[in-house]
Design a protein around this ligand. Structure first.
Ligand code: FES
Length: 146
């Protein structure tokens, strides 16, 4: 599903589907991110009310998990692993080539747990192994979705 524009009504609809145990705060934040592409600041109070926790608790979860985004991401952001195993098989060179293409914005990340198939990248929520400039750009063009 493509990210939707923020609206309180849509957020309340998303939250109504997430009241399951365990971890309702994290599940709620993940569901909102799935729906909107990030977790808007305005959603913190809604999640706190829905999960019966403080806003500080929600903020703590939101800022603890690196994968939870607090702002919209540029359309063609590629998360590229910059950890040792991927560096050993060319992630730095791949990052440079992708940046030079002018078609993507690189976000460095440290290990996707896909070390044996490096360089590893995530494009539109989908993990790519043995990533190349061509495979990353192809994944962007075909609109690989989560
Ligand atoms: S080092 Fe890149 S996925 Fe683990």
């Amino acid at each position: 599903m493509s990210p939707q524009s923020w609206s309180k009504e849509a957020a309340l609809g998303v939250l109504a589907t997430t009241r399951v145990e365990p971890g309702p705060v994290l599940i709620s934040l993940q569901a909102l991110q799935q729906h909107f592409g990030y977790v808007p600041q305005e959603a913190i109070a809604l999640v706190a009310d829905a999960c019966n926790v403080s806003r500080a608790d929600v903020h703590g979860v939101l800022t603890f998990y690196h994968d939870l985004l607090t702002s919209p991401q540029p359309r063609n952001t590629v998360r590229l692993c910059a950890a040792e195993a991927c560096q050993a098989v060319g992630s730095r060179e791949l990052a440079k080539a992708l940046e030079e293409s002018g078609m993507v914005e690189i976000e460095k990340t440290y290990c996707f747990g896909n070390c044996a198939l490096g360089p590893s990248a995530v494009v539109k929520g989908r993990l790519l192994g043995r990533a190349t400039v061509e495979s990353v750009l192809a994944a962007i063009e075909v609109g690989v979705m989560t």
